[in-house]
Design a protein around this ligand. Sequence first.
Ligand code: GRG
Length: 305
Amino acid sequence: MTSRKAVRPQADGLSLYLERRRKLVEQALTRAVPTASVRPATIHKAMRYSLLAGGKRLRPILTLAAAEACGAKDLQNILPAACAAELIHTYSLIHDDLPCMDDDDLRRGRPTSHKVFGEGVAVLAGDALLTRAFSLLAQVTPAKRYPLSLLLEETADAAGSLQLIAGQVADLEAEGKKLTISEVRFIHERKTAAMIVLSLRLGAMIAGASPGQLKALTEFGQALGLAFQIQDDILDVTATSQQLGKSAGKDLKASKATYPAVMGLAASHKEAAKQTRAALRALDPLGARGERLRELGESLLKRQG
Ligand code: GRG
């Protein structure tokens, strides 16, 4: 008698890749911060609550994929940097949700950190994730071409007052004002694209990328980051809170600086597609090695959450 195995739906190459890389990232993130049994328990509980709440893990997957596109074989050496990017991203989400910033009570499908732990612990959980990111990064064995000091400096700069924080400040100051599209783009490049570019560059640099590869991945990240944030703006209007795992429709209510607010939905869709095309073109110098990133870039334009 022939045994019949349960028939599983055929996962396509990208889905399988994402599933495998996500698993690696989740395992590494679990080990990346102290457990709640380490004193003081509250801060470690709060760090883990937000970090292990199951985001898309886009940034760490980009770090891994960029490293692989540049020929990395040992992903264990890339993972600390991939986790560092996710820790910084999670810190920024916790702080962004605070009442003094975007004031939100839903994130990654759960009540936000300050709703569960109070504002003081939420601020500290963000601080602790940000600082832990740098000690993780220090675990990497760097390639000859890109010393650890450079990785640390680029990371600090991307999270600092010229990039991530610049975007957040400009975003706060824009509330209720009518902005031009170039002002909205200024915000998006800093608030979103800078961390996406950093995630790619860290992977590429640790893998010892050639200058041409690093340039291609940087340009890919700039355009992809912009496309990703325009899509995020669109989804705020078109998706539900359940699909997003965060409050939908907030940007409009708070008169936020978004692409749909300035140019309307139809033109925003076109702009997201245009930036995605630019991102894919930027990968040309990588040839076949850029295929995974190409697929990933295309899939982000179709995302619903
Ligand atoms: C507080 C310094 C500081 C910065 C905050 C992250 C941020 C800047 C604001 C949050 C709101 C927002 C629209 C940020 C842009 C980046 C972005 C699209 C974040 C959400 O990223 P996803 O969709 O989230 O990758 P998950 O939860 O999947 O990781």
